[in-house]
Design a protein around this ligand. Structure first.
Ligand SMILES: C[S@@+](CC[C@H](N)C(=O)[O-])C[C@H]1O[C@@H](n2cnc3c(N)ncnc32)[C@H](O)[C@@H]1O
Length: 275
């Protein structure tokens, strides 16, 4: 084990790492694999989206994975698309090369994580060895790994590349504020295709305000493990409504900075206005 990370067993039997610099874990201690599946793959409705896309002849679902980390979220995405006939075309952004080398080293428990994590490790290994290849095979799809600061990596992606789903999974705003900044959230929003969803574990008012200010609809993400709620965002989809008190706080925050709030619509919840 590198001194930079310490292995931690989480409540669902999967292990994560704690970062030596700031102590934060890469995943929720109530279940790393559960978080990947439920917070990211399920909340972005990857499987449902793939089944919607398949009849139109679309053969790939485009995922933007912010913070590759151990690659658990990529593994959950592979699992979600299994047998849909739609392959994963993932673009994953990570600045810590050593971490990826470390992440590739060991098989992972439990077995259902390992089944989907093994192809992710293989793809990460190919990407690290490829010296700048545009993308490498990932199961029956592709992985485009961009090493470096995600802000620059995102800006350097091919023009017109839009994503069907976004996993927004940096460390917390306290330790890594740059990937929660309004500028970065706006850049992510510009990369979201019609019908796409973004999911993040953060329920911070400032993060939600940033997503709203970027012109996205914002809604409540589901409870996952001990985390009572996360955040969803989409350019155009209806999302579970936020609590009215949260909406008032957000309206004040976004209004103060001149944005036009667009909340996740629900019956009786007029979009774009504060109840
Ligand atoms: C919470 S972990 C991600 C866990 C990961 N999604 C997984 O499934 O294992 C956050 C990751 O974001 C990366 N990160 C943080 N700031 C970054 C930045 N500015 N650019 C690129 N990656 C960054 C960290 O190195 C770390 O690997």
């Amino acid at each position: 084990m590198s001194a930079r990370w310490t292995e931690r067993l989480t409540a669902d039997g999967s292990s994560t790492l704690a970062h030596a610099d700031h102590g934060e874990t890469f995943h929720s201690m109530s279940g790393a694999w559960t978080q990947a599946r439920e917070r990211y793959a399920r909340e972005c409705r990857l499987r449902e989206r793939a089944l919607e896309l398949a009849p139109s002849g679309t053969r790939a679902l485009r995922l933007l994975d912010v913070g590759t980390g151990l690659g658990f979220n990529l593994a959950a995405a592979l699992e979600a698309l299994a047998d849909t006939g739609v392959a994963l075309e993932a673009t994953s952004l990570e600045r810590d090369r050593d971490l990826l080398v470390h992440a590739r080293a060991a098989p992972r428990e439990p077995a259902d994580l390992e089944r989907w994590h093994a192809p992710v490790r293989l793809a990460l290994g190919s990407a690290l060895a490829s010296h700048g290849a545009e993308s490498v095979p990932l199961a029956n799809g592709r992985l485009r790994l961009r090493l470096g600061d995600a802000r620059a990596s995102l800006a350097g992606l091919p023009e017109g590349l839009l994503f069907d789903a976004v996993f927004l999974d940096p460390f917390s705003p306290r330790v890594e504020p740059e990937l929660w900044s309004r500028d970065f959230l706006a850049a992510v929003a510009r990369r979201m295709a019609p019908g796409s969803r973004l999911s993040t574990y953060s329920a911070a008012t400032e993060v939600r305000a940033g997503l709203l200010a970027a012109g996205l609809r914002v809604g409540r993400g589901a409870r996952v493990g001990e985390k009572r709620e996360g955040t969803l965002a989409s350019p155009d989809l209806e999302l579970p409504s936020l609590d009215p008190r949260v909406l008032r706080r957000l309206g004040a925050r976004v209004g103060a900075s001149g944005g036009e709030p667009r909340f996740g619509a629900q019956a009786g919840d007029p979009r774009g206005s504060i109840p």
